[in-house]
Write a protein that binds this ligand. Structure first.
Ligand SMILES: Nc1ncnc2c1ncn2[C@@H]1O[C@H](COP(=O)(O)OP(=O)(O)OP(=O)(O)O)[C@@H](O)[C@H]1O
Length: 576
């Protein structure tokens, strides 16, 4: 199964690469000519030494130089063209997969915070970088290396043998380089990733780190990871640099050895001095792509790693099937024998849970910490898939809805509201590209956030950063509620909606729920605090992932909560 998924991932990547097939054929063709034109230098040299110097003919020199210049210009044009084609082919590959990889990263991250999800976009970039790098071009030139080396044998078999022997040595060095540098490069990358992840985490929690005097400790922890990343990076760079220097020196040595052997053969009259020089130059040209490949090996290895990681990502997160569009649902929710296992866990945090929410009903979900309230919220919004059972919205299972469309029908306020960098309006409109200004204001009014937003420096156009910046906890929660109400959802799922709200905010929340009910829509409110469930006519009590009670509010509260009198009065006692 896993192998099949991986294979599917590879197939999808190959399919994307295949769209560039015509371009690669064109580059291959350009490379044939570019490599043939590589002979211009050696042949020109041969002619100068053996023909011009021998005949002392200025006309021949001018003639040869004109032809040589023309061929060099053609070679340059071909080289520029094939480089440009490669860059565009790489960009096309990336553009084709951008959306798919982005979606897969988001879908996987919602259920798994592993490296594959974390590096998805960078993996794609690393493959694109290889595709547009000179090292891939070297891949088109390397097949010509044996031909050029064999060509040297035409001057003299001994020269040919030296050239081929040298070429084989370089290939052996390349293979050893690949074998030895793979592990250090992988661990350098892994260590770097870990330290980046931690530094980002510390930065996001900078307030808490400062307030709790954790700066020193946080630095210490980060510097340990950073130190490991640096030392593995140094080891890996040393390795690649070492191989690169060995290859370069060896190539220079071979060129000189070729000259020396050529000189010996010239002294013995077996070749001309021109052949001696041309052989040496040809040798340098033939081995240059191998040298380039070794120098750029980290780019290759990063891309190979990225390709594999992308295959896992795409294979394990296949494209979502097109769903038949369903009519706007009624606010009826059936939860049938629902079992949910948190991603990466073995134990279910909700077990065989069943209940029904009718249109116009508001259900308060209560229970102690860890009872499974947030798990239920995630299952109802389709973020976590059921391990067993079903959630049906107006009769259709949640996965029968397109996720984007489902997001419009179900308004969700998570326990920890996260905003995006942008304006308040953009945040309420869920980052829609063409938001409906009237709908934004309407949602804000429903959440009773309109007046609060108007008091901001630029009203709805006030810019905020991802942490909410200038907004207080309660203001963030109200904007979160407006975002949940945007687009007229049929069901609201609110996870601890009033944890940061003052009395005014709580009253606004209750009014929003009352309006939803009056419009025949429904709401589920996960709550610890009684004020949040004032508008709920029904209560679902969870404990240990199972249903303890479900029924009319007063009955359930009378049964399980001692302080229900306080709750009816809208007091602030706990529900546990
Ligand atoms: N992302 C997660 N990965 C693994 N386990 C999780 C995850 N989220 C919740 N759980 C587990 O699922 C169980 C239920 O947690 P859940 O967050 O649903 O409880 P809750 O009732 O919302 O608690 P609280 O009132 O404290 O928010 C807990 O045992 C918790 O450890």
């Amino acid at each position: 199964m896993i192998n099949r998924q991986l294979q599917n991932g590879y197939n999808e990547l190959r399919e994307a690469r295949r769209t560039n097939r015509a371009l690669y054929w064109a580059v291959g063709l350009f490379s044939v000519f570019a490599n043939l034109l590589m002979l211009t230098g050696p042949i020109y040299m041969l002619q100068i030494y053996d023909r011009v110097l021998g005949s002392r003919s200025i006309e021949t020199l001018i003639g040869l130089s004109v032809i040589g210049t023309f061929l060099f210009v053609v070679m340059g044009v071909l080289d520029v063209t094939r480089n440009r084609v490669m860059t565009r082919a790489a960009a096309r590959f990336q553009a084709r997969l951008d959306r798919r990889v982005f979606d897969a990263v988001i879908r996987r991250s919602a259920i798994k915070h592993d490296e594959v999800a974390q590096t998805g976009m960078r993996d794609l970039e690393s493959v694109q970088k290889l595709m547009s790098s000179p090292v891939l071009m070297a891949g088109f030139d390397i097949p010509w290396t044996p031909i050029l080396l064999a060509g040297i044998a035409l001057f003299h078999p001994w020269l040919g043998m030296l050239a081929i022997g040298g070429g084989v040595m370089l290939v052996i060095i390349t293979v050893i380089n690949q074998m030895m540098s793979k592990a250090p490069q992988n661990s350098a990358m892994y260590a770097m990733l870990q330290s980046e992840k931690l530094s980002e985490h510390i930065r996001n929690e900078s307030e808490m780190v400062t307030a709790m005097g954790m700066r020193q400790a946080a630095f210490y922890r980060w510097s340990k990871l950073r130190g490991r990343a640096l030392s593995t990076q140094i080891a890996s760079t040393d390795m690649v640099g070492g191989f690169s220097s060995v290859t370069k020196t060896f190539r220079l040595f071979l060129q000189s050895a070729m000259l020396g052997l050529g000189a010996l053969l010239a002294l013995r009259g077996e070749i001309t001095p021109g052949a001696m020089i041309a052989g040496s130059i040809l040798m340098g040209r033939a081995l240059a792509p191998i040298e380039l490949a070794i120098g750029q090996w980290p780019v290759v290895q990063r891309a190979v790693r990225g390709w594999h990681s992308l295959a896992i990502l795409l294979g394990e997160t296949p494209p979502e099937a097109e769903r038949t569009a369903l009519p706007k649902p009624r606010a009826k929710l059936d939860v049938i024998q629902l079992t949910v296992v948190p991603p990466g866990e073995a134990v279910a945090s909700l077990r065989m849970l069943s209940f029904t929410v009718e249109p116009g009903q508001a259900v308060g979900v209560i229970g102690p910490s860890g009872a499974g309230k947030s798990t239920l919220a995630r299952a109802l919004t389709g973020v976590w898939r059921p391990a067993g059972g079903k959630v049906r919205l107006d009769g259709a299972a949640l996965d029968n809805y397109d996720p984007t469309v489902l997001g419009r029908y179900i308004g969700y306020l998570p326990q920890r509201v996260q905003l995006f960098e942008g304006t308040i309006a953009e945040n309420i409109a869920r980052l829609e590209e063409k938001p409906d200004a009237d709908a934004i204001v309407e949602a804000a009014k429903k959440a009773d956030a309109h007046d609060m937003i108007l008091k901001m420096p630029d009203g709805y156009d006030t810019r905020i950063d991802a942490t909410g910046g200038r907004l207080s906890g309660g203001q963030i929660q109200r904007i979160g509620l407006a975002r949940a109400l945007y687009g007229d959802p049929v069901i609201l799922v609110l996870d601890e909606p009033n944890s940061n709200l003052d009395n005014e905010g709580s009253a606004a929340l209750n009014k929003a729920i009352r309006n939803m009910k009056a419009e025949g829509k429904s709401a589920l409110i996960m709550a610890h605090r009684p004020a949040a469930i004032q508008e709920c006519d029904t209560i679902l009590m969870l404990d240990g992932g199972g249903r303890v009670a479900f029924g009319p509010r007063d009955e359930v509260l009378a049964q399980v909560v001692q302080n229900h009198e306080q709750i009816r009065a809208g007091g602030s006692g706990g529900l546990r």
